[in-house]
Design a protein around this ligand. Structure first.
Ligand code: ATP
Length: 278
């Protein structure tokens, strides 16, 4: 597997910039529901940022403001220096439930984004073949998703998100449904594929080991409505092998720092849940 050539565009400012971003949703009762409040985060080109926080605090909502799927209620969200108004150019996504199309084989699934953007079949297939190889699926081009393992489907999804050479990669618990061994393998492969691309990454996860192993910085969110509680720099050398670095004393220390920050927020969230069922 080889890393892709650097393609991300370079701008002077941060790739992503949220300033006091607040999102409210309308509710049936008429009272707006605040999902996140005053979130301020910058992500530089080529930086890998992970977001952790208690369940339901607003992590996915934060991503949806960056991807343009939801408009911000107050505050600002900029991508490559421009206010987000609809889906910005150069965004790649990956979610827990992958977007692999059951009626298309591996090659067509990987090529689908390029075809959608108007590239001819031959060229799209050539590039897709290259990406199928990069994600370790050479020889499986003709297989259909139901003939693949969970890990192989994730590889297809990874190739789908990376083939467009995104300058921004938004990942929402992409490996959440995988077993632990496959997950670690996919984490290593993601790091390898991303390294050198210059893409800014925002990766939402519940798994602190994953958050620390992948990141340049871990953003810890508060109990909902989420705001940024703490940002922990991860000064571990790259390239990284998740299996190896998670056993180092530096990693254990980082884990303690992140968990110390998160624990209180998890307890607040649990107490709210308990009071609702009391
Ligand atoms: N479209 C919507 N309309 C109303 N409320 C919403 C909408 N989207 C999200 N919410 C609410 O906003 C809050 C934050 O949701 P969000 O999915 O961002 O949290 P999360 O931290 O990603 O959750 P999880 O950890 O469970 O994945 C939740 O209370 C959710 O119910």
């Amino acid at each position: 597997m080889t890393a892709p050539t650097p393609t991300a565009r370079h701008t002077a400012g941060p790739a992503i910039s949220l300033r006091n971003a607040t999102k409210m949703f309308a509710t049936r009762s008429g009272d707006p529901f605040t999902a996140i409040t005053d979130v301020t985060i910058d992500v530089a080109a080529g930086e890998f940022v992970t977001i952790v926080g208690p369940t339901g605090c607003g992590k996915s909502t934060t991503l949806s403001l960056v991807s343009g799927l939801e408009p911000v209620t107050s505050g600002t969200v900029h991508v490559h220096g421009r206010p987000v108004d609809g889906i910005p150019d150069g965004v790649g996504y990956m979610f827990q439930s992958d977007a692999v199309l059951p009626w298309k084989n591996v090659l067509d699934n990987v090529a689908v984004g390029l075809r959608y953007r108007g590239l001819g079949r031959k060229e799209a297939h050539e590039r897709a073949r290259d990406w199928v190889e990069r994600v370790g699926l050479a020889g499986f081009e003709d297989r259909y998703p139901h003939q693949l393992s969970g890990g192989m489907r994730k590889r297809v999804a990874m190739a789908q998100s990376l083939i467009g050479e995104p300058s921004l990669l938004l990942l929402d618990e992409p490996f959440g449904a995988l077993d632990v061994q496959t997950r670690e393998l996919m984490q290593d492969e993601l790091l390898q594929l991303w390294s050198g691309t210059g893409a800014a990454v925002v990766f939402v996860t519940h798994d602190l080991t994953e958050a620390i192993a992948l990141a340049d910085r871990v953003v810890v969110m508060t109990a909902g409505p989420a705001t940024v509680k703490n940002i922990v720099p991860v000064d571990l050398p790259r390239p990284r092998k998740v299996e190896e670095i998670r056993l180092t004393p530096e990693f254990t220390e980082l884990y303690r720092t992140v968990w110390d920050s998160l624990r209180e927020e998890v307890e607040i969230t649990r107490a709210r849940g308990a009071s609702r069922v009391a």
